[in-house]
Design a protein around this ligand. Structure first.
Ligand SMILES: [Ca+2]
Length: 268
């Protein structure tokens, strides 16, 4: 009997230990950041979209009457080219695919298409939801609408080809805002937070959280600012930059993982 009891105790302990490890394996990784470089950013730019394409920085800005699409010199923050939207449109996310720039609007259910070379508006498209963030995986446009859903759109027909729900454990992650496709993952600003969520672009499963608390240098702030928003990644240099709405600075950052994934490695 004692032998049997010992086995039961041992099994219970194993369940406890491996159960904990299983939980660790399922948990998203946690990241903080290191600032690599600080660049100036137009403090009047209500950043809603941010993209690096072939070494150049592009930004979409919001607010009725102040919405724009712009190419920005990274080093100086100076606007190189700009297209101002009509005052009845609130600009949102932008993405560049096949020499075209796509820009969403917030509540107007219309997106605009620009020629990358001329910066002229060459078309528009329509969608039934809010427009929040936009990025591309090189094939599809990927769009957020403030919910936990991300939509993959055909870039010619704008049909929804597929959609994913962003889920961390059992919880849907809502308020997904500006997006960036980074080496097979989707990064999303979560509105009203200093957090960026890292998402498996196939399943929607949350793989990590980046806490950007404290990123904005208070000494550089001379006017009211809004939330962290805007992620851009240069796949050629692996440079990752982030900024915020009305922020006077844009930051090149490096992610630093806080939580070891050793447990998940052990049980695989
Ligand atoms: Ca982006």
């Amino acid at each position: 009997m004692r032998g049997l009891r010992n086995i039961v105790v041992l099994l219970s302990l194993m369940t406890l230990v491996f159960g904990e490890m299983g939980a660790a394996a399922l948990a998203a990784a946690l990241y903080t950041y290191e600032v690599v470089e600080v660049y100036p950013h137009d403090p009047k730019a209500f950043t809603q979209g941010l993209v690096i394409h072939q070494g150049r920085l592009y930004e979409g800005t919001g607010i009725y009457g102040r919405s724009s699409l712009r190419e920005v010199d990274l080093e100086t923050g100076r606007v190189v080219r700009e297209f101002n939207l009509s005052p009845n449109y609130f600009g949102e996310g932008i993405a560049i695919l096949s020499n075209r720039i796509y820009q969403l609007t917030w509540l107007e259910h219309v997106g605009f298409i620009y020629d990358l070379d001329t910066f002229e508006m060459v078309g528009e498209f329509h969608y039934p939801t809010d427009g929040w963030g936009l990025t591309t995986d090189g094939t599809y446009l990927i769009m957020s609408d403030g919910s936990s859903t991300l939509y993959f759109l055909d870039s010619e027909t704008f049909d929804v080809v597929r959609q994913i729900e962003v889920i961390d454990g059992n919880e849907r992650v809502r308020m997904l805002n500006e997006l960036e496709y980074v080496a097979g993952k989707l990064y999303a600003n979560v509105w009203l937070t200093d957090k960026v969520v890292i998402i498996d672009s196939q399943s929607g499963k949350v793989e990590g959280w980046v806490d950007f608390s404290g990123l904005l240098n208070p000494e550089s702030v001379t006017q009211p600012v809004d939330v962290l928003n805007g992620i851009a990644y240069d796949p050629e240099t692996e440079m990752l930059v982030v900024t915020g709405k009305l922020w006077p600075e844009l930051y090149q950052v490096q992610l630093v993982e806080l939580q070891s994934k050793t447990a998940s490695v052990i049980i695989k």
